[in-house]
Design a binder for this molecule. Structure first.
Ligand SMILES: Cc1ncc(COP(=O)(O)O)c(C=O)c1O
Length: 326
């Protein structure tokens, strides 16, 4: 018999799937690292498990303890899987711009959920960063994960996602393109791939309203770049320690409208039912067209599943309300 001992053992080893229609205008092969095959339906299962196991090994997380995290939803789902199997309590702090589905899913998985306002400064006591920190201090036996600065986030992708992509492409990958939030995915995968072949180009996809692109190009953290935006999971108003700017060759910014529209196109033209950071990522690939040549192998990573966005990008009333369609 062949079976996993528990749900955590099914994390990773996701497929690589060729894009056919959306990328027809590009000269090269474009492959999607399709992370919704993880049991929590997102790439974040990988780092959630790594972070919990590293905290256990370091004696920070004790049996029966409470895990506290600020999350856009997907990390919370990964932490919920680890908490359930390993016997921890979970408190997720989420900002109010995230989809209702994400809050409901976390509650369904037994997490306590606190919803905080999005449009406040990161150091405002009401922000989701500050609330997570405060709860972890107040609750006995609680531990704040801090996916932004926790090195186990990058480590998870250095140890699993990066090697999988290298092996699945037979070492032929030339470019890796991915949305950047905490930076764990791009930094872990990018560091691994560059350790195998320093010529591989690593591109980050950023949003309008986020500080990453300008910081990478100028070294300036420009608060003027920060304003509310719709795309979920990518872009930041802080510089997380997990974003390793040195291994990133460049950023491209994608608008909210394009991200939403291309999320719909992925579903309707490729049969890829994904979240809107995937729409941003594939539009980012198309924007980088001039960087690709005939024999290149471009891998784009898709973070999460479309079911989390049925009330948003997959709802025409919502699309109209945001001014994304007529
Ligand atoms: C939907 C989605 N896309 C992209 C990202 C960005 O990934 P990373 O935090 O590894 O940079 C996240 C992170 O939470 C996410 O949830």
């Amino acid at each position: 018999m062949k079976y996993a001992e528990n749900i955590l053992e099914t994390i990773g080893n996701t497929p690589l799937v060729k894009l056919n229609k959306l990328t027809a205008e590009l000269p090269c092969l474009v492959l999607a690292k399709y992370e919704t095959f993880n049991p929590g339906n997102s790439v974040k299962d990988r780092m959630a498990l790594q972070i919990v196991e590293d905290a256990e090994a370091a004696g920070i997380l004790k049996p029966g303890g409470t895990i506290v995290e600020g999350t856009s939803g997907n990390t919370g789902m990964g932490l919920a899987l680890a908490a359930i199997v390993k016997g921890y309590n979970l408190i997720c702090v989420i900002s109010d711009k995230q989809s209702k589905e994400k809050v409901d899913i976390l509650k369904a998985m037994g997490s306590e959920v606190h919803v905080c306002p999005t449009d406040v400064e990161p150091d405002d006591p009401r922000s989701y960063y500050s609330t997570a920190r405060r709860l972890a201090k107040e609750i006995p036996g609680a531990w704040y994960v801090n996916q932004y600065d926790n090195p186990s986030n990058t480590k998870a992708h250095f140890l699993s996602t990066g090697p999988e992509i290298w092996e699945q492409t037979d070492g032929k990958i030339t470019h890796f393109v991915v949305g950047v939030g905490t930076g764990g995915t791009i930094s872990g995968v990018g560091k691994f791939l560059k350790s195998k072949n320093p010529d591989i180009k690593i591109w980050g996809v950023d949003t309008y309203g986020s500080v990453f692109k300008k910081f990478h190009e100028t070294g300036i953290f420009d608060k003027g770049e920060i304003y509310p935006y719709v795309t979920e999971g990518i872009g930041e108003d802080i510089l997380p320690k997990n974003v390793n700017f040195d291994i990133i060759d460049g950023f491209t910014k994608v608008t909210d409208k394009d991200a939403a529209f291309y999320t719909q196109r992925l579903a309707r033209e490729e049969g890829f039912f994904l979240g809107n950071s995937a729409g941003a990522a594939i539009k980012g690939v198309l924007q980088l067209k001039e960087h690709f040549a005939k024999d290149d192998v471009v891998v784009v990573l898709f973070h999460d599943h479309g079911s989390r966005y049925v009330g948003k990008m997959f709802n025409d009333d919502w699309m109209r309300e945001k001014g994304f369609i007529e």
